[in-house]
Each structure stands twice: as C-alpha cells, then as structure tokens.
Design a protein around this ligand. Structure first.
Ligand code: ATP
Ligand code: FE2
Length: 328
C-alpha cells in the first residue's frame, strides 16, 4: 500500500510517497525563502498554492507511480501557521475526494519522532525535538507522547536564526553559526537558562545582542559559546528525562539536530550513561513529507480514518493532546 503525505505547517510544501513497509519512494518539496527576513503567512500560502501541483508531479515522477497507485492520503493537520496548514489540508481533501481514497490528518511533531524511529531503528527513545519553532523533550508513556521539558519562549532554531540576523549572517542561521563556531575554542560566559525541566532563550539573545553591540567580541567566539551553552541546556534536560523515564535511547529530531556539534554532545552524554544516541539523515530531520506519509500509515494501520468533513487543521494542537492508538 502507498501513502501520499503532504507537509505544509510552515515554509515547506512537501509531498512524499511511502509504502506500508516504510520504504520511501519519493520525498519532494519546495521551500519558501526570502531575502528580506520574515515569513509573511499570506505570502507563504501564495507560494504553496503556486507550487503544489509541481511538487505533486515531482513526487509521482520520483516514485515512478501514477495517482491511481495511491491508496491513502495523509496531511499535516497540526500544529503550525494557519495559512500554510490550510493549503495542505485543502490539497489533501481534494485528492482524497477525487481519488476516492481514505484521508488521515497527523500531528507534525509526532511525525518528526516516528520517522526518526523508522530510520534509526530506535525503539523507545526520549526525543529531543529541536527545530525552528519547536523545542521539546518528549517521551512515550501511557498512550501519549508526553512533553517532559520545553522552551518557555522561542524555539532554539528561531533563537539561532535571530542571533545570526544580529551578526548579519543571513537565513537560515544554523549552518552559518555552526561553520563559524568551528573556528573558535574560546568560551565566553553566557547565561545558562534551565528552569526545572524547561529552557528559555530570550535572555541569552538579549545578552548576545549587548555583546555584539559592544564590539568587544569576535563573531566566532560568540558562535562557539552560544552552541556550547544552548546545546548543553538541551542535553541537560534530555538527560534528566532519560533518567526519569529509565530510557536508554535518545533520538534527535528537527532542523537544529543537523548540527554536528549537537550530535557529538548527545553522543557523549549517552555514552557516559551507557545509552545510545540516534540521528536520522538530514532530509528526515528538517521538515519533510516522508514523515507525514509514514505517520499516516501508522495511524491508518491502527484503524484511524479522518472523515472528509473532519479533515481540518488544528494550528495549536500540542504533542500531548494526541492519543496514540498504534502503540502499546
Ligand atoms: P517546525 O515547524 O518543526 O518548528 P521549522 O521549519 O521551524 O520546523 P526545521 O525545518 O525543522 O524547522 O529546522 C529549521 C531550523 O533549523 C532553522 O532555525 C535553522 O537555522 C536550523 N538549522 C538548520 N541547520 C542547522 C545547523 N547545522 N545547526 C543549527 N541549526 C540548524
Ligand atoms: Fe518541523
């Protein structure tokens, strides 16, 4: 059986086709970018409308399939920017109606987790989900993916991008900060903000802005120190969640997890506690449609089908709002 998954929670419009066995036949996307900074929701929606047919054609071509070979449609119903979500949901509904196939709406954050499990064979991990808009430490317990810790303000990726903007490095900032950080080993003291199981980045950003303005610090030292500080914060909370849940696997997800230094630190922390750290390849870390297709398969296998009139969007749904029917 082939599931066609549609991702459109934010800047990415993606379509992928994945089999029931977890084979990714295609994983295509177009990503909205802008030179002038911010993402204007209505502009992103226009971009998705303009590109959806081409992305569909690319996905079918890559998979060497026709629309008649699709057995199930899934789409990201939550969480995300309403304008973007709506385009994906509408595209999914029209495909489902035209092809007369079942449709399943999925949660994007949970999909990040499940594609990581599929690709790395991690069984029951704590997930550090570090993307642009989201930063959560998640673990499965009692039919739900529970959030053990999260950011109290902005996501770590958005924080890194805002810092990069201050340094005039352009968007997305993550890869550029990572490159500059490699040129330094000079740690400059920064606020370290862990509150219980949660983290916060606003104060660190203000501190960094002041340091940049003072002109007293080298860019590469600030990049290095920022990475060391915020990654240590994320891993401290992840480690505590692993200890609490008695789990010995850590799975990284989200675009920030592309960072090699974060991967290295995660590996070290896990080795020290005789645990294992897992990272899927980059195409499955950033926003992608393969994870939406795979999530659709998991939910459909458990008997879930969304009625067409219920195939709506839930921009504010939280990871722990969702009851997981396909796991014990
Ligand atoms: P979500 O809706 O899940 O929050 P998103 O679109 O905001 O998704 P992703 O596509 O998962 O985020 O990731 C994008 C973020 O990852 C950006 O903030 C980018 O700067 C960051 N990023 C990408 N590569 C790296 C890297 N090498 N180091 C650090 N951050 C990175
Ligand atoms: Fe994402």
């Amino acid at each position: 059986m082939n599931c066609l998954g549609i991702e459109s929670t934010a800047h990415t419009f993606g379509i992928a086709i994945v089999t029931t066995k977890g084979k990714v036949l295609s994983n295509t996307k177009k990503v909205f970018t802008t030179k002038t900074g911010g993402m204007i929701p209505a502009k992103v929606a226009d971009f998705h409308v303009a590109n959806c047919d081409q992305v569909l054609a690319d996905a079918l071509k890559q998979a060497k399939l026709k629309l008649k070979d699709i057995d199930l449609i899934s789409y990201s119903a939550a969480p995300g920017i309403g304008h973007s979500l709506r385009i994906g949901a509408m595209f999914a509904r029209s495909l489902a109606v035209n092809l007369d196939k079942p449709i399943v709406g999925v949660n994007h954050c949970i999909a990040h987790l499940e594609i990581g499990k599929l690709m790395t064979k991690a069984k029951n991990p704590v997930l550090l989900y570090a993307s642009g808009a989201n930063t959560q430490v998640i673990a499965y317990e009692g039919k739900k993916y529970r959030i053990f810790g999260e950011t109290l303000d902005i996501g770590v990726g958005n924080f890194i991008d805002a810092f990069a903007r201050e340094l005039e490095l352009g968007f997305p900032g993550g890869p550029k900060i990572e490159k500059l950080a490699l040129k330094s080993k000079n740690y400059i003291e920064l606020p370290y903000v862990v509150k219980g199981m949660d983290v916060s980045f606003g104060g660190i950003l203000t501190n960094l802005k002041q340091k940049i303005k003072s002109g007293k610090f080298k860019k590469e030292d600030l990049c290095y120190s920022t990475q060391e500080t915020v990654f240590a914060m994320l891993l401290e909370v992840s480690e505590r969640a692993m200890a609490h849940c008695e789990k010995n696997e850590l799975l990284l997800g989200g675009g920030v997890a592309c960072n090699k230094r974060l991967q290295q630190m995660a590996d070290k922390m896990c080795k020290e506690r005789k645990a294992k750290s897992f990272v899927p390849e980059n195409q499955y870390l950033v926003d992608n449609a393969a994870m939406i297709a795979w999530q659709g398969i998991l939910q459909h296998k458990a008997g879930e089908i969304t009625r067409i009139e219920d195939a709506v969007i839930r921009p504010y749904e939280r990871t722990d709002d969702v009851v997981i029917n396909y796991l014990e």
